[in-house]
Design a protein around this ligand. Sequence first.
Ligand code: GYE
Length: 331
Amino acid sequence: MMKRISALVIAGLTAVALTGCGTSSSSGGGTESGGGGGDDTIVMGFSQVGAESGWRTANTKSVQSAAEKSGITLRFSDAQQKQENQIKAIRSFVQQKVDIIAFSPVVESGWDTVLKEAQNAKIPVILTDRAVDSKDTTLYKTFLGSDFVEEGKKAGQWLVEEYKDAKDTVNIVELQGTTGSAPANDRKAGFAEVIAADPKFKIVASQTGDFTRAKGKEVMEAFLKSTPDIDVLYAHNDDMGLGAIEAIEGAGKVPGKDIKIITVDAVKDGMQALADGKINFIVECSPLLGPQLMDLAQKVIKGESIPARVVTEETTFTQEQAKAALPTREY
Ligand code: GYE
């Protein structure tokens, strides 16, 4: 008799424990169907742009380590800079019924259909790093990342100040990021707006270097051949600037002196070149978005309200400031 009672009690307790567990797992976007990460673990499908730059590598690390720290199961997919791969990855996350999708859209346009599919499946989406141009802003919960127009403006402001006493024309070449991407569009626009204040600033050549070192070098070599008298290079990221430095040195010129160089990102290699005098000014763009992304994801799953836009805080670096910052630079 005693034995039977305790068996019943144990069975009852187990049932309570299971119910408790079941309740805490009802976390919005479909955890009950398994997501694959255990009952109350959030499963995030993350579609990354690629591995095109030092910035991207640091960003991937930040996302992966933040997921691990916050106990979020990350399904990571690398799109190798192709929108079609990202669309496939997002569709596959929808099929897998992940709890939440986060992605860094390689280009700005062409996302409405796949985002609608996620929405119909009731899977929330967070944009991280880069924005989309969808008119329907209910297709995603928030956008976490930098203000790229502001970054372009900061680059332009440094240039205007640097050449404030110059009377002659200042010939600028521009290495753009990936065509159609938010940072390429916005960094170009912000810079152009600021330098338009003085007609002595002339962009004499502007072409994409796809945010990579190899392409930055290749395009700069072409610029050096086709465009005499380059005073300034504005590169939309450090990596293209670093590739261009090789091209400039290869052409027998001194980067940072014969041709002044402005870049964006402030990753370690860029900061080193800045401290060495080969780059003149860097606008910071922080890749350390992982912790904020995981925090936002947890809030969305809990049904808490979050801001529609979370802007990353950033600074700028001169050569002297780079020397001071380098020893403790995280990425
Ligand atoms: O500046 C560049 C990378 O989207 C902000 O992408 C990011 C940019 C970053 O390839 O280095």
